[in-house]
Design a protein. Structure first.
Lengths: 210, 254, 236, 210, 236
């Protein structure tokens, strides 16, 4: 595997209870690029993304991070990777600010002002201190995504980040992604909506699934 | 609003927090005076003037706290339930506010009844706690109060908290007679009634008169406390309205 | 026309269908997560086995505490499962759909209560003789045990449903539930243990049983009303 | 209020704990039309929709159904109305078929074949008998929306139905909506994506919210 | 470089931070839903008041069953709350995030266990004298009661966490939990009641207490490992 890809996937294959979901997935991504995973509902996009987070283990095939086998550099990889899935890891009893403070702390960022700024930037300036169960669907999504405005991880794995966001929210995410790409970050995106924010590779999972 | 019709005018006004705030503001000085006088007289009479009990000595004087607290703890539950029911049926916010304020007062009085009873129990029965029917039902009453309190606090939506606790209070009311019945019956079943030393009827008039004063004092005190709690609840809930804002500015000016 | 619709829904076939549909559905769901369903039973058994461990294995002693132990354990296993009567429906939105169904919601609620009793109270009642045996309950007490548990657990389900409906919108705040319902449970516990204790002592136990029956009737009439009222505002 | 509107809303105002969310909402909808509720995240679209379901009560203002006050014709209205919200009312332990059978039954439809057909049409032919917790996000959404392929209600209230659906799924919903409109049904739709399926009114809630 | 990172995480500041962060966070959450937090306590109290109702109000009888009752009730209130140690995190995705954090997850898990004990076991221990009073436990038994409950509830939290981690991916299948953990709880219950009973009988009670302490040490060392392993495969 050439070393200049940030992440590359080689012949990945996944089966659940010996039922094959997809096979022969090979893809690669350089720093500064977005990879859009496409495919119809139920073809395995979320599953593939979770494989890349190491939450699931592939049946066969390899993932390389910076040219090294993922298992070998697992801690380093996890430290460099940010995953935002369908479930947003938001505690409903806490406010947006408290939630983001906690999430930032788990990345090693401890400045309250940064958190406040990030929420402001995501358009949550008016609701940052409400308990999250009082937020609307889109506001909740924004809280989860405000990690993007803070994160220093190199690789972002985003599973349908745009669901429930309004046009302004999508623009905000776009600008976060653009900044990230400028900083030589990379994004793997699962989305049914398009996010034209930079140099984009597409990968259609349709042909690989069974 | 259906309540705007003239027939319901008085009822509607009764349901206005602002009206309650103003009228109770006028009552407050009188209530405070009455409470101080009644409780002061009652306590002095009961604790200093009344003769000591033949069998119990001075420890019987706890009666002057214990009995009024117990009576009001019971009455308070019904007040809470009735105000809750009124709130639920006619959707009157004011009534809910009264109910919400009645809960902590009632819980405190119940606790006081239990506590004074327990303290009294040590000299008279030699133990702090027995599973006497009346005591047990008082403990259950405390739990009912605590349930209402906890439920109110648990809701973030004030309105939802009001209604939930009102329903609970109502269900509790249905249960109170059953509780009394069952507990009384349970007690007579297992244990002969030997526990209460002096029955109320045999109490000496010298002791009874201050007790009556104390009971009256507690009633007035209850009304006073209810007013105060409700007023603070009103200010809290209506803080967005013009009249409370005006009130706040006028108070900060003076 | 509208009136006709309401009347039709109140006392017509629809009401009955609403009732039995909900019973069936909840039973189906219980069957699907069978582990969940038998768990209170197993819990009941296990805690009953803990009692002799903690207490003393002396038969005489055990048989004295047996009635109250069985009853308290029945109460606990109801408490453990009653939260689930509405919380799943609340979380996945079924409750919302129930609330906007064109029908009186008291009927489905009664259906859910019955289903809850069928999957917890009834099996527990049927299993109680076995546990009675383990706690060396005298033979004469079994009819009283069975009857009182059957009636009593139904009461627990009905009254518990009110508590569950009050706390349902608090999400998993179901831990508040014991505080709300245990005081309401106390009378039935007293009567229930009395029934069994009377039977153990070879006294007439129909009296307390009749009281329990009366309480159950009242609960079945009133609890769906209270629970419906509580659920209606839970969506604020 | 003129009688020829299916539903009309007059000066609706909603406050939560005496905090005003929106005011003076007036809108109307005839049979055969779609109403798209628009507005930024958190402006109260979901809340308005829930007011129309009668799950929430307005602080002031009136809703008329076929020219009658909603409270007066509540049962009739509820029988004619279908609401699909964020929460999909799907039991995860049951299969798609069992779920839909139950939902259809609550509308008074009792034919198993219809249910099977509806699932087939929604592209769930392969997964109709899996327990729903094994479905992907989009498949789950499709199960919830397959009610649309069955329902005979006149008024549909849909809250972001298109989230998590792929392009094919969106087409399916469109065709359901088109059929519904042809049958003189009406749809009130909250969505950040467009659904061009018939004569559309738009209502932007932005100006009404506080 | 990678090795450095791992080492740093294992025994460096990060590990400690992971631990205290999780303790703090869970305490914060518990404080936010205070109703939830005090509920096991209230449950404990209420069930303890049920015992005399069910049994007999007779002081002598009560003081005999008091040690085992207090212990069984402590167990039940732990059982009631232990499910929540991971299930919230599982449902909202926090657990996923924990599992992909670049650190050993045993440390945060220990943090969560400690937090659980701080909000359930500790208050319960502190409240037990009051309940002892109500169940007319003799005065000499209070030190033993306090110490044994303090140690015992910590053990219950630690072992319960393993059960909770095993059942977490079953969603609300938390009813299965009692089945898994009650057998594991038996030894500590036996020692716990023994400690208090010995103290009541004015016998030397340090022996069983020491055994409990040893069990607790083993549990604290092993349970986070087991729970971490269980959680790792729960996300499949
Ligand atoms: C924690 C323990 C106790 C509780 C919860 C308790 C509860 C009550 C209650 C609820 C009442 C008023 C109820 C009514 O009027 O129907 C009452 C009255 C009274 N209690 Fe207690 N009590 C306790 C302990 C004691 C003790 C230790 C004594 C004295 C030996 C005592 C003596 C009385 C007397 C003399 C009355 C007034 C007479 C009467 O109304 O019957 N109580 N108590
Ligand atoms: N249960 C609640 N308690 C208090 N406030 C709430 C509650 N639910 C929603 N809100 C508030 O009401 C407002 C409107 O919420 P709503 O869900 O209606 O927004 P929405 O227009 O649907 O937004 P979105 O596009 O994000 O779905 C939000 O600002 C939110 O903070
Ligand atoms: N826990 C599970 N157990 C068994 N099968 C599962 C499980 N989760 C998902 N599946 C199956 O795996 C397939 C892929 O699911 P996945 O969630 O990856 O789809 P997806 O591509 O993300 O779809 P969508 O666009 O709908 O989000 C689906 O067909 C689904 O039925
Ligand atoms: Mg997906
Ligand atoms: Mg919305």
């Amino acid at each position: 595997m050439p070393n200049d890809y940030l992440i590359s996937v080689n012949d990945l294959c996944f089966e659940r209870d010996s039922l094959k979901l997809f096979g022969d997935v090979s893809l690669c991504l350089s720093a500064g690029e977005i990879l859009l995973l496409e495919g119809p509902n139920g073809c395995g996009k979320t599953t593939l993304l979770r494989l890349l987070t190491t939450l699931l283990k592939p049946t066969s095939g390899n993932v390389y991070y910076c040219g090294e086998l993922l298992d070998k550099v697992r801690y380093q990889y996890l430290a460099d990777m940010l995953y935002i899935g369908h479930q947003s890891a938001i505690k409903l009893a806490l406010s947006a600010e408290e939630n983001l403070t906690w999430m930032a702390a788990s990345e090693g960022l401890h400045e309250p002002q940064m958190v406040r700024d990030a929420l402001q930037r995501m358009g949550l300036g008016r609701v940052y201190d409400l308990p999250c169960h009082q937020l609307s669907a889109g506001q909740m999504r924004r809280v989860a995504l405000s990690r993007l405005a803070l994160s220093r991880c190199r690789l972002w794995l985003l599973d349908e980040p745009l669901a429930a966001l309004d046009a302004e929210g999508i623009e905000l995410i776009k600008s976060c992604v653009r900044k990230h790409l400028d900083r030589q970050g990379a994004v793997i995106l699962v989305s049914h909506q398009d996010l034209a924010a930079g140099p984009m590779r597409k990968y259609d999972l349709k042909e690989n699934c069974f | 609003m259906a309540m705007g019709s003239t027939k319901w005018q008085w009822f509607y006004r009764l349901g206005s927090p602002r009206w309650f705030y103003e009228i109770s503001g006028r009552w407050l000085p009188w209530l405070v005076c009455a409470t101080i006088i009644l409780l002061g007289v009652g306590l002095f009479w009961g604790l200093a003037l009344a003769p000591p009990d033949a069998r119990q000595g001075h420890s019987f004087r706890i009666i002057y706290l214990h009995v009024p607290a117990s009576l009001l703890a019971l009455a308070g539950y019904y007040i809470m339930a009735v105000t809750g029911a009124v709130g639920l049926i006619w959707r009157i916010k004011m009534s809910f506010m009264l109910m919400k304020s009645a809960a902590p007062i009632g819980a405190a009085l119940t606790f006081m009844a239990l506590f004074t009873g327990a303290v009294w129990g040590k000299p008279s029965w030699g133990t702090y706690w027995v599973w006497d029917a009346r005591i047990t039902s008082m403990l259950i009453l405390l739990f009912l109060y605590l349930g209402v309190l906890a439920l109110q606090r648990a809701f973030t939506s004030v309105e939802a908290g009001y209604r939930a606790s009102a329903i609970l209070a109502l269900v509790g009311t249905v249960n109170i007679p059953i509780i009394y019945k069952s507990v009384d019956w349970w007690h007579t079943l297992h244990q002969p009634a030997t526990l209460k030393l002096t029955s109320a009827s045999s109490i000496h008039t010298d002791m009874l008169e201050p007790l009556v004063v104390m009971v009256c004092g507690f009633y007035v005190f209850y009304v006073l406390a209810l007013c105060l709690f409700t007023r603070s609840e009103i200010v809290q809930q209506e803080s967005a309205t013009a009249w409370v804002k005006a009130l706040a500015t006028s108070e900060s000016r003076t | 026309m509208i009136l006709k619709k309401i009347v039709f829904n109140v006392n017509g076939v629809a009401a009955v269908r609403g009732f039995s549909d909900y019973v069936k559905r909840d039973l189906q769901l219980a069957y699907r997560s069978l582990g969940d369903t038998v768990a209170p039973l197993i819990f009941f058994t296990m805690v009953c086995t803990l009692v002799p461990l903690g207490l003393s294995p002396d038969t005489q002693r055990l048989s004295e505490v047996a009635p109250s132990m069985l009853w308290i354990m029945a109460l606990l296993s109801t408490l453990l499962s009653i939260e689930r009567i509405f919380i799943h429906d609340y979380e996945d939105g079924s409750l919302e759909q129930l609330l906007i169904a064109p029908q009186l919601i008291e009927i489905p609620i009664l259906g859910k209560i019955v289903a809850h009793w069928l999957v917890t109270g009834l099996p527990l009642t049927l299993m109680s003789p076995l546990l009675g045996l383990m706690l060396s309950l005298p033979g004469s007490a079994y009819p009283a045990l069975l009857l009182s548990l059957a009636i009593g657990t139904a009461y627990l389900s009905a009254v518990g449903a009110v508590g569950a409906s009050l706390t349902v919108s608090l999400g998993r705040g179901g831990l508040l539930l014991p505080l709300l319902v245990v005081p309401l449970y106390m009378p039935i516990i007293i009567f229930g243990t009395a029934t069994v204790t009377f039977a153990v002592d070879a006294m007439q136990w129909l009296g307390p049983l009749a009281a329990m029956g009366a309480m159950l009737c009242a609960a079945i009439a009133l609890c769906p009303l209270a629970a419906a009222a509580a659920l209606r505002f839970s969506s604020i």
